[in-house]
Design a protein around this ligand. Sequence first.
Ligand code: HGY
Ligand code: MN
Ligand code: MN
Length: 410
Amino acid sequence: MLNNLRIDGGRLWQSLTALARIGATPRGGCCRLALSDEDKAARDLFVSWCRRACCDISVDRLGNIFARRAGRNPDLPPVATGSHLDTQPHGGKFDGAYGVLAGLEVIRTLNDHDIETEAPLEVVVWTNEEGARFAPSMIASGVFAGSYEEDFALACADVDGHTMGEELERIGYAGSEPCGGRIFDAFFEAHIEQGPILEREQKVIGAVTGVQGLRWYDVSVRGQDAHSGSTPMPGRRNALVGAAEMVSAIDALAFESAPDAVATVGQLDVSPNSRNTIPGGVFFTVDLRHPRSEAITEMEDRFRVLFSLIAERRGLESSVEQIAHTPPVMFDPGCVDAVRQASKALGYPSRDILSGAGHDACHLSKVTPTGMIFVPCAGGLSHNEEESAEASDLAAGCNVLLHAVLARAG
Ligand code: HGY
Ligand code: MN
Ligand code: MN
């Protein structure tokens, strides 16, 4: 009987569409920066849906939300699933939201059929996965897994100096429960692939074997503010020209280590940012990733040397500070196989796949057996307002989640 159990794909799509209205952007995307009013509204909507699905809600000090569906044996550790509700500034409708609502759809389906599991289930919303407003990314799942201290995370501030702690209070999600220490039987995260492989190979499910390593750096370049009209070209200490050379240098470095290396300068601030003052200061970020840690270390060593040579040649000072380091992760073989088996039993073409993007599951894998389920997204595009996915693929991934969770929860 259970083998024929399927989720309600229409209801899942409806919920995704309703959630996407929160923080909707004119070009069809979503902007729900962590702990913003839009994030609060999305959290409130999710909590109201979970309450209607007879879940108990608890919130920890980092604002992580745990929606718990009782099992026959309350003493068993819950089988958990979930993802994040915060988005990039030009985010899409599915990154994060899909994993949260797929978890809720599993609960709604079990409720529809009066199915009681042996172990409880929990659907989790992890705070600030994206790291767009507060860096580093995946910080609340990181605290939960012991990768970061609670106080460090609560003190992280956005560009306006608002800290995560203040914003959690402001939106009413500063829970009383300590962050971490909850024991899960396993954690599964459903997510769009955010890459082109599944679509290109016409696979519906990716059994995610692991996630590549990630390091984030803050770079400051200091020269000298000066008059754009009266300062001769020779001898200028133009921080922006130096930074521009560094940005091209790190891009070239990633191409040299292709195809596995990726490097991105996503944020660059110029000071004083006035058209007739030679910029004396630049701040920019570096996002460096590769499946092998030693390859990232090698690229880091090389770009640090390159940056100091560029700075020296231009009479500038530069500093590089590593602010995040998520080593490559291999997921629990049992969880990965549960995803493979469920896909096979459901008849979905699937393949093993390594994740290029980071996920809360990376930190969770340190404290509990963890697996991920990928579904295709159009053109592999994500962190873009045009992010899109097929309702049938989203439903397929949710069916795999349902059966992988049931296999563990008994
Ligand atoms: O950066 C990442 O990989 C994730 O989307 N936050
Ligand atoms: Mn995500
Ligand atoms: Mn993302």
